[in-house]
Design a protein. Structure first.
Length: 159
């Protein structure tokens, strides 16, 4: 399987996790950590359920993989996530020594990977890795738009 095909197949799995998060009322973000295409760990946002502002899909999947592999260094692993990582998640990836990050939808508000934050973060640390955006980005964006649209319909009108 070509890299692009593999990336899309793995991102589809992350999108399924994001859909599960949405059904639980969480912001629909899913993440998967892989080793040469083999899934090591998977997770989805759980900030509401866990009452934990750090329970982003990326952080949770890094924690799971570190426990499973019994190592805080996740060298050689690729992280797939349905939304551009925030600064906290990008920092966790640096600390874990992730080899590569692939994300679907850009996050113009708090996304740190495609902004000036990534070069600044990576400039000051001894671990750098490629971050690639846009893999099934339209699908992820649609899921996010529908989630927030349904939440706005459910909330009482402002006024």
């Amino acid at each position: 399987m070509k890299n692009r095909d593999l990336d899309q197949a793995l991102m589809r799995e992350a999108l399924r996790l994001a859909g599960s998060a949405a059904r639980r009322g969480e912001v629909p973000v899913g993440a998967i950590l892989t080793d040469h295409g083999k899934v090591i760990a998977r997770s989805a946002n759980a900030t509401l359920r866990r009452k934990d502002p750090t329970a982003h899909a990326e952080v949770l999947v890094i924690r799971k993989a570190a426990r499973l592999l019994r190592n805080h260094r996740l060298e050689g692993l690729t992280l797939y996530v349905t939304l551009e990582p925030c600064l906290m998640c990008l920092g966790a990836m640096v600390q874990a020594r992730i080899a590569r990050c692939v994300f679907a939808a850009s996050d113009p508000k708090v996304g740190a990977a495609s902004t000036l934050a990534l070069p600044r973060v990576q400039k000051g640390v001894n671990h750098r890795f490629p971050v690639e955006g846009g893999c099934l980005g339209d699908d992820a964006s649609k899921l996010l738009r529908e989630f927030f649209k349904s939440r706005r319909r459910k909330s009482p009108a402002a006024g």
